[in-house]
Design a protein around this ligand. Structure first.
Ligand code: BES
Ligand code: MN
Ligand code: ZN
Length: 515
């Protein structure tokens, strides 16, 4: 990850390759945002006019590079990043705007060694937002490039800069001796590193990230961050009666795992459980997905990646709350040993499920993990899953759905996500949809009516959650994997959706606001 320093020196005094300033949309053209004053002065107060002449409007997502004025700056180049509409007199930029602008700038600076960010940072929250955006935006995944530095491969000097992320970030206006500023930057560094951990796992192809490989990776991290860990292999799962996880995993040569990782704090008053869908590849099973629907299905473990990253974050931040993560890991493949449509599984809860569609596998592994998590009577339980295409149709590619057995908790989770900078929307669980899952042979079928498919999936999960436990389900099928071009601090590929919301939940629970 990029190295980070805080600096109170002026933007013009920064010894960097580029100085980043903000430019907003004013009533009469672009205006230089707070933080860029000294740079504007170095241009003789003509920076806004110059940007205007260059065609910059100050719109979000816009970047303009220009040479620094002769002798005016220590850095040779200035990058102006758009902030959108300028806020009113007494208002400041909202945090997500800052995060995105910093991310956009960081992406525009790949190949640059050192950049000083002189964006409007009026308080610690803004420091956190700019840090988070810049670090998240400078993410890149090059593990599988034969010319990547990580592999020690050779590449020409010309190529060299093209994909190398920004190495050094200086936060101008953030005070290294101000406790709040320092804490904000440090928290942002942990968050960005853990989101990157989730993204790396999601981007890793399924031939390398099998359930066993995922579990091994978690073991390593648990050692490093002193987390409790327990890995149940296929024998332990069989002994325990985890019919859902086994039923999904039995068609694959790569056997399933259920991983429990725990962060505990001696002064914790509350315990939250996080459950992640960890399908390392979803082919659909015997109900095989058609071509065109399977080439991004390595992303089907994004929920488990988010849960894993959130638990490690809680440990690294030393949060005064117990956080238990449950990763339900399996590969959904068709084969002679695979579950057939029509088969009945006997779940960990004791309920039976008729599997009418083997592509509705996420709910089967989650059901077992949810029942198991409830046995420990957590104060709240949240599962995260790339669960349904229906949720993508309902909410699009950037928003996850929040379903819950408790209206107040659903609202809370939606608000936490907003605070964290993640788009979400509360969704209902209409009870009439339960009827569609009635099975002539088993307690329930794993699919119901097609309309409202994301809500049907939620109702299915609800059957496996203890009624006394407050529970929310995040369907991240839309935002987990970005197939479109990068935007703001979001790269192409794995996004790490859910991580920041879960960390916020842990923080707010630690603070006594929840539960
Ligand atoms: N992993 C998919 C859902 C998904 C779709 C994730 C698109 C990311 C992007 C899930 O296992 C699935 O296949 N769901 C089915 C359920 C259906 C058979 C009831 C779906 O949504 O089509
Ligand atoms: Mn599926
Ligand atoms: Zn799936």
């Amino acid at each position: 990850m990029s190295a980070l320093t805080l600096s109170t020196s002026s933007a013009t005094a920064q010894r960097a390759d580029v100085v980043v300033i903000g430019v907003a949309k004013g009533a009469k053209g672009p205006v230089v945002a707070l933080g860029g004053e000294s740079v504007d002065k170095a241009y003789g107060g003509k920076l806004a006019a110059t940007l205007d002449a260059l065609g910059a409007a100050g719109s979000e997502g816009e970047t303009t590079k220009l040479p620094a004025p002769d002798g005016g700056l220590k850095a040779p180049v200035v990058l102006a990043v758009g902030l959108g509409e300028a806020p009113g007199k007494a208002e400041s930029y909202d945090l997500e705007t800052l995060r995105r602008a910093a991310g956009t700038a960081a992406r525009a600076l790949s190949g640059t060694k050192k950049a000083a960010f002189a964006l409007p940072v009026e308080d610690a929250a803004a420091v956190a937002a700019v840090t988070e955006g810049a670090l998240l935006g400078s993410y890149s995944f090059t593990t599988y490039r034969s010319d990547s530095d990580a592999k020690g491969g050779k590449r020409s000097a010309k190529d060299k800069g093209a994909s190398a992320p920004l190495a050094e970030i200086v936060l101008v206006g953030a005070k290294p001796r101000d406790k709040a500023h320092k804490a904000a930057a440090e928290r942002a560094e942990v968050l960005a590193a853990e989101v990157a951990r989730a993204r790396d796992l999601i981007n890793t192809p399924s031939n390398d990230l099998t359930p066993i490989a995922f579990a091994d990776h978690v073991r390593e991290a648990a050692k490093q961050h002193s987390l409790n860990i327990e890995v149940m292999d296929e024998a332990a799962l069989a002994k325990g009666g985890y019919g859902g996880i086994l039923g999904v995993g039995q068609g694959s040569d790569n056997p399933p795992r259920l991983v429990r990782i725990g962060h505990t704090h001696p002064k914790a008053k509350k315990t939250i459980a996080l459950v992640g869908k960890g399908i390392t590849y979803d082919s659909g099973g015997i109900s095989l997905k058609p071509a065109g629907h399977n080439e991004t299905m390595k992303c089907d473990m994004s929920g488990a990646a988010a849960v894993f990253a959130a638990v490690v974050s809680a440990a690294r931040l030393g949060l005064r709350v117990n956080v238990t993560g449950w990763l339900a890991l399996a590969e959904n493949m068709p084969s002679g040993s695979a579950t057939r449509p029509g088969d009945v599984l006997s779940m960990y809860s004791g309920k039976t499920v008729e599997v009418l569609n083997t592509d509705a596998e996420g709910r089967l592994v989650l059901a077992d993990a949810l029942t198991r998590a409830c046995e420990e009577s957590p104060d709240a339980i949240v599962d995260v899953a790339t669960l349904t295409g229906a949720m993508v149709l309902a909410l699009g590619n950037r928003t996850f759905g929040v379903l819950s057995n408790d209206d107040a908790f659903r609202t809370t989770v939606h608000e936490l996500a907003e605070e964290a900078g993640e788009a979400s929307w509360p969704m209902p669980m209409p009870t009439h949809l339960r009827k569609g899952m009635e099975s002539p042979v088993a307690d329930i079928a794993n699919i119901g009516e097609r309309p409202g498919g994301g809500l049907v999936a939620g109702l299915f999960l609800k059957e496996f959650v203890d009624e006394d436990v407050v529970w929310a389900h995040l369907d991240i099928a839309g935002p987990a994997f970005n197939e479109a071009g990068p935007f703001g601090y979001t790269p192409k590929g794995g996004t790490g959706s859910g991580v920041r919301t879960l960390v916020r939940l842990a923080e707010r629970t630690a603070a006594g606001d929840i539960g």
